[in-house]
Design a protein around this ligand. Structure first.
Ligand code: FS2
Ligand code: SF4
Length: 542
């Protein structure tokens, strides 16, 4: 196996014998094959669009789900991948019959089989290392990982009835381009930047989907203690799943809690009407072994990030959507989009209440609408010098001890600075009580990783208010933590918006070859992190 798509990749170079995330070599090669046949399908759909033949939304959604299923930590069930590969091959064969010009199609578009043994053989030959030139490989993977991140955001928007043919067509064109040996390095670089542009469009679409459906996030104190009733813990990013679960648990005596990236659900007005939606339990995804055990009740993983579960709670772990783990019950969706969560509800009735981890509350809900409502206050604080600088510290949390840098960095920041955050990175400092500046909290949490879009909108608004010609003239520094592929699309989106001097940690992506990294440094002045003291000095003096 060879996989280097996430920040925790072995030795900062690549997982070659077993994934640090728990991905086995078998799972890795099946994911490689699923990506390969999805690229082939995308080449066919791209050609069908060129022939003005149109592509059904169901085909777009198959591609989206295939990609999402291969995101780090999303799905650990080999059988799911066999099924998705065979279904994709069948779909590909069907669409091929509609395509007039097939002479330029690649092997990925034409290859087919229905024999598992042939799938197994093929899967060994189509991985990342099949591209020999390391710069071409690096750019292809950067584009693919960006599009994987996009797929997650599209899936969430689709669940709420929002879709966009232009975004789907771009995702497929981009995947198809990674099969094209004739593309130059410059063409691949421009496709990478175009991926960032479409990333902004997809985050905007999801923002519209979320706010239209559930209202605009608002400043909210979220309880981090526990109640007396048994509970169901919901993790991942899918708000529609949470909504269905809240409806089905109403009046049952079961409480619902969020974990990790589901915390921002508390910020939406639509979920505040549920009295049994009592709070957030625990921290970011990588703490789940301890926290899922002490939660005592069923846990629903709506997306990544799954840590292979301990036997002590595996029978309480359920998955849905793109998420999956062999041996855990998967909740499916019917043709009307309904999911039946009664297996979790019945199990919860037999469980004890969660063990208390902490008491108190955390404050969040500072997405663009809420921050713009405070715009006058914020602008006054900047003009008076009460706020000297904003630090965008969005992104992901992770297991490595080196990530304590972000806690130390937040603690060391001068008191006249404000942290703008989104994603599960926030857990490194959202319980520190960093205080406020003239009533403006020093940690402003916009929401999930996709709500980094809000942070970009806030920056653009400040640029307008201060009548600046360049977003980089704002007193905003970017010290971003990344882990998986959604952070890749967020990064590419920020680059598309013209943001320079982004620092990325705790380590730079292994999939960036020295030459590709050099391009990012030359054009965008991207950098890594060093020590808290040195970085603080560098950021404050820039
Ligand atoms: Fe955190 Fe994991 Fe949000 Fe990532 S819970 S690293 O999926 O997308 O961020
Ligand atoms: Fe390794 Fe990350 Fe790939 Fe898992 S997703 S196999 S940890 S690089």
């Amino acid at each position: 196996m060879f996989c280097y798509q996430c920040q925790e990749t072995a030795h900062c170079t690549g997982c070659t014998s077993y994934g640090v995330c728990g991905k086995s070599p078998e799972l890795a090669r099946l994911q490689d094959l699923l990506i390969y046949v999805t690229k082939g399908l995308s080449q066919i759909t791209t050609a069908l669009r060129q022939e003005k033949k149109g592509v059904e939304p169901s085909v777009n959604h198959t591609i989206t789900l295939n990609l999402f299923t291969t995101i780090t930590n999303a799905n650990f069930d080999n059988e799911v991948f066999y099924t998705r590969i065979l279904d994709t091959l069948a779909l590909k064969n069907n669409l091929l019959t509609k395509l007039t010009h097939q002479e330029d199609l690649s092997e990925a578009a034409l290859w087919t089989s229905s024999e598992r043994s042939e799938l197994d053989q093929k899967s060994l030959t189509v991985g990342v290392l099949a591209t020999e030139n390391e710069d071409v490989r690096s750019l292809r993977e950067l584009i693919i990982y960006g599009i994987k991140g996009l797929s997650a955001y599209m899936k969430h928007a689709n669940e709420l009835g929002f879709d966009d043919e232009t975004i789907n067509a771009f995702m497929q064109k981009g995947l198809s381009a990674t099969l094209d040996d004739s593309l130059s390095i410059d063409e691949l670089i421009s496709l990478t930047l175009e991926t960032g542009k479409v990333g902004v469009d997809a985050m905007a679409l999801l923002d519209t989907a979320n706010t239209t459906t559930y209202g605009h996030p608002e400043m909210t104190k979220v309880n981090i203690g526990v109640g007396q009733n048994p509970g169901i813990l919901v993790s991942g990013h899918d708000l529609k799943d949470l909504e269905q679960l809240l409806k089905q648990t109403k009046g049952t005596g079961i409480d619902v809690y969020t974990h990790s990236e589901m915390l921002p659900a508390h910020y939406y007005p639509a979920f505040k009407k549920y009295d049994h939606f009592v709070g957030n339990y625990g921290n970011a995804w990588h703490k789940q072994k301890e926290e899922f055990e002490s939660f005592n009740g069923p846990i629903l993983m709506t997306t990544n990030c799954i840590v292979p579960p301990k036997a002590s709670y595996k029978d309480r772990l359920f998955t849905t959507g793109a998420a999956g783990f062999v041996g855990c019950t998967h909740i499916t969706q019917d043709a009307n989009g309904h999911k039946d969560f009664s297996p979790l509800i019945e199990l919860a009735k037999t469980c004890t209440a969660p063990t208390e981890l902490e008491q108190g509350s955390i404050l969040g809900g500072f997405a663009h609408n809420q921050v713009l409502a405070l715009a006058d206050q914020v602008v006054d604080a900047v003009k008076s010098g009460a706020i000297k600088k904003f630090f965008v510290m969005a992104g992901c949390d992770g297991r490595q001890a080196s990530r304590n840098y972000y806690t130390d960095f937040a603690k060391a920041l001068p008191k006249d600075t404000v942290i703008l955050t989104a994603g599960c990175a926030k857990y490194k400092y959202n319980k520190l009580n960093l205080g406020d500046i003239n009533g403006i909290p020093r940690v402003l949490d916009a929401g999930q990783c996709n709500d980094s879009y809000s942070l970009a909108l806030i920056a653009l608004k400040l640029k307008e208010v201060f009548a600046l010609s360049d977003i980089n003239e704002l007193p905003i520094a970017f010290n971003i933590a990344w882990y998986e592929q959604k952070a890749v699309i967020v990064l590419l989106s920020l680059l598309h918006l013209g943001i320079k001097n982004i620092h990325l940690g705790p380590t730079l992506p292994a999939f960036l070859s020295p030459n590709v990294l050099n391009v990012l440094i030359t054009h965008f002045n991207i950098g890594g992190i060093t020590s808290v003291e040195d970085d603080l000095e560098m950021f404050m003096n820039n």
